[in-house]
Design a protein around this ligand. Structure first.
Ligand SMILES: *Cc1c(COP(=O)(O)O)cnc(C)c1O
Length: 407
C-alpha cells in the first residue's frame, strides 16, 4: 500500500515507530529533540523574501498564530498516525484546545440555513456549541439516536439542509459507539460531509479515515498528550486543498492557535502513545472484569464486555475497546460519594487520558446542578462512576477499587 507520510520514514514502519519518529525534521542546529520555538515572528532576509512568503510563493514561517515549527511537528506526527497504513493524505491544524479545533471546523463548513446531524452523549462543550451558539447563526442541530443507522438515513432523506454529520465514538458516559463505516456510506450517498471526534480512541485504536470520514478532531489534552500537562486540540482533514486553503485562512483569523510549549509537551507525550495505550487497554479489561459481577456494582459500561449494546460495533472498528468505562453503584448518590471518598490511589478528578487512573462521580461533580430529566437523557444516574483506567499495575488499581467498594 502506498504510504504518504508527511515526513517519510525509511521503512514500512509500525505504529509505535511512527509515534516516536513521525513528523520529526532534522534540526538545522543539530538539536536531538525538537526545540520550543518561542518566537512570535520570523525574520525576512530581504523585502523581496517577505513579499514571496506573504504571497505563498516561498515556504517559511511568518507569525506564530499562522504556524510555528514546534507546532508543525505535532501536526505532522498526528497526521501520520491518523493515516497510518491508509492510502490517504491528511493535513492537521493544531489548536489551543479540542473546542477550538471543533469551532474552526464548524465555522469553516457551515453557513446560515445549514443543519448538523448528530447524536446524544456528545462532549458537553460540543453539545452546547451545537445547541446554543450555532443557532444564533441560523445553524441548527438535529439530534437523534444514530446507533441505529436507519434513523440517520431517514433524517438525511427528508431534510436536505443537513450538511454535516458530526459523530463522537466512543462517547461518555455509557461508552456508546456508532458505526463509522455504515454512517459514512449513508452520508456519502446524500452528499453530506462527515466529522468524528476521535479523542477517546486515539489513532492507535481507531482510524476514522479508514471508513472515508472527511474530518477528525481530537482533544490532544487527553490520551495524545497522555500526562495531563497541556490543553490542546487538532483538526485533521483529507481534503488538503480545503485544509490548506479556506480552513487555514479561517483558523489564522479566529486565533485558536496552539503554542510551542504545549506542542512540545504533546510531542514528548505522543512518543509513548503505543506502549501507553497497550497498557491502558489491558488494565481497563482487567478492571472491567473485576467490576463486572462485584456485589456492590449494578452495571458496568465497557465495550469490551459482550453485554454492552455496542460491543459488536466496537469490535468491528476499534483495535481494542479502550481505556474508558463507567459503572453504576447499587446505592445511588450516597454510595457514589462514599466510594469516591474512600479512594486512596486512584485520583478524584474529571478529564481523562493520563497515566494515572482517574475517577469522577458526575452526579456530585460535573452534573450536580443539572436537572434530573436532563441528566437521565445523557444516561447520568446518581450512582454512576466514570473511570479512565491508567497505566499503573492492574492489581494495585483493583485493590484500591476493592477497598473503596467495601461498605
Ligand atoms: C475534552 C474533550 C473535548 C474538548 O477538548 P478541550 O481540549 O478540553 O477543549 C472534546 N471532545 C472530547 C471527547 C473530550 O473528551
Amino acid at each position: 500500500m502506498k504510504k504518504k507520510l508527511p515526513t517519510a520514514l525509511p521503512f514500512q514502519s509500525g505504529r509505535g515507530t511512527v509515534a516516536v519518529h513521525g513528523g520529526h525534521k532534522k534540526d538545522p542546529l543539530y538539536a536531538h529533540q525538537v526545540p520550543i520555538y518561542a518566537s512570535s515572528t520570523y525574520v525576512f532576509d530581504s523585502a523581496e523574501q517577505g513579499m514571496r512568503r506573504f504571497a505563498g510563493e516561498e515556504e517559511g514561517y511568518i507569525y506564530s498564530r499562522w504556524g510555528n515549527p514546534t507546532m508543525t511537528e505535532a501536526e505532522e506526527k498526528i497526521a501520520a498516525l491518523e493515516t497510518f497504513g491508509l492510502d490517504t493524505e491528511a493535513k492537521g491544524i493544531l489548536h489551543a484546545s479540542g473546542m477550538a479545533a471543533i469551532s474552526t471546523l464548524l465555522l469553516a463548513q457551515l453557513k446560515p440555513g445549514d443543519k448538523v446531524l448528530s447524536h446524544y452523549s456528545l462532549y458537553g462543550g460540543t453539545n452546547e456549541l451545537l445547541s446554543k451558539v450555532l443557532p444564533r447563526l441560523q445553524i441548527e442541530p438535529v439530534i437523534a439516536d444514530l446507533r441505529n443507522p436507519a434513523i440517520a438515513e431517514e433524517m438525511l432523506k427528508k431534510d436536505k439542509s443537513i450538511r454535516l454529520l458530526y459523530l463522537e465514538t466512543p462517547a461518555n458516559p455509557t461508552i456508546q459507539c456508532v458505526d463509522l463505516e455504515v454512517l459514512a456510506e449513508i452520508a456519502r450517498k446524500y452528499g453530506v460531509i462527515t466529522a468524528v471526534d476521535n479523542t477517546f480512541a486515539t489513532p492507535f485504536l481507531q482510524q476514522p479515515f479508514r471508513y472515508g470520514i472527511d474530518f477528525i478532531v481530537h482533544s490532544t489534552t487527553k490520551f495524545l498528550n497522555g500526562h495531563g500537562t497541556a490543553i490542546g486540540g487538532i483538526l485533521l482533514g483529507r481534503d488538503t486543498e480545503f485544509m490548506n486553503g479556506p480552513c487555514t485562512k479561517l483558523h489564522r483569523m479566529l486565533g485558536g492557535n496552539a503554542n510551542p510549549f504545549d506542542a512540545f509537551l504533546l510531542i514528548q507525550g505522543m512518543k509513548t502513545l503505543e506502549v501507553r495505550m497497550e497498557r491502558h487497554c489491558s488494565n481497563a479489561m482487567e478492571v472491567a472484569q473485576f467490576l463486572n459481577g462485584h456485589p456492590a456494582v449494578a452495571k458496568v459500561n465497557y465495550t469490551g464486555l459482550p453485554a454492552h449494546p455496542d460491543y459488536a460495533v466496537a469490535q468491528k472498528q476499534m483495535r481494542h475497546p479502550g481505556a474508558m468505562l463507567s459503572f453504576e453503584l447499587n446505592g445511588g448518590l450516597e454510595a457514589g460519594i462514599r466510594f469516591m471518598n474512600k479512594l486512596q490511589l486512584c485520583v478524584r478528578t474529571v478529564s481523562l487520558g493520563t497515566c494515572d487512573t482517574l475517577l469522577s462521580h458526575p452526579a456530585s461533580m460535573t452534573h450536580y446542578s443539572v436537572p434530573r430529566e436532563e441528566k437521565e437523557k445523557y444516561g447520568i444516574t446518581d450512582g454512576l462512576i466514570r473511570m479512565n483506567v491508567g497505566i499503573e499495575n492492574a492489581p494495585d488499581i483493583i485493590a484500591d477499587l476493592e477497598q473503596a467498594l467495601l461498605s
